[in-house]
Design a protein around this ligand. Structure first.
Ligand SMILES: [Zn+2]
Ligand SMILES: [Zn+2]
Length: 172
């Protein structure tokens, strides 16, 4: 691991009940997984379980076990192909996070015709399927970053169904 990079670790993790319930060795594993996700540059997606095991010098069984526990507490998401990602990683790593003051204007923006156009083109680009589970119903457009609100780049947005969107935000 010679590459140089940073990840952001928000102090909110200290108040996060999901994190609070974790035993110390899993806390360590979470940080290691965050670092690996940061190294991957794939919006929080992790490499395969065997690659993770290699990187950390532990058995794949242990990685499977850890990921399953972290999935239960909502820190890790697993898709149908068995790929794992860190929930909400891309956004916590972006330059700006929404403060409560900004939330009001953000919600106003989501009702604008400008957003409606951007949203529609995102859906078209995605072929009207959820990026995580492939379903075609209840689609929503999720911001991977709030850095470019009002002039979002294609890579800032991802189409998710309602259920996957909730998971992405760590709501269950
Ligand atoms: Zn979905
Ligand atoms: Zn979202």
């Amino acid at each position: 691991m010679a590459s140089k990079y940073w990840i952001k670790l928000y102090h909110e993790v200290l108040d996060d009940p999901k994190m609070g319930r974790l035993p110390d060795r899993l806390w360590r594993r979470v940080i290691e997984l965050f670092l690996i996700a940061g190294e991957e540059h794939r919006n929080g997606w992790l490499p395969s379980v065997s690659e993770i095991a290699d990187k950390l010098g532990i058995l794949t069984e242990e990685v499977f076990d850890n990921l399953a526990t972290l999935k239960k507490v909502g820190i890790i998401y697993m898709d149908d192909d068995g790929d794992h990602k860190v929930v909400d990683f891309a956004r916590t790593q972006s330059k700006s996070i929404l403060t409560s003051k900004k939330v009001t204007s953000y919600h106003r923006y989501l009702r604008s015709s400008h957003w409606e156009q951007i949203r529609t083109s995102a859906l078209q680009r995605a072929g009207f399927v959820c990026d995580l589970c492939g379903t075609t119903s209840d689609l929503e457009v999720h911001h991977l970053t709030y850095d470019n609100i009002g002039h979002e780049l294609p890579e800032d947005l991802v189409v998710l169904c309602h259920d996957c969107h909730r998971k992405e935000h760590g709501y269950d």
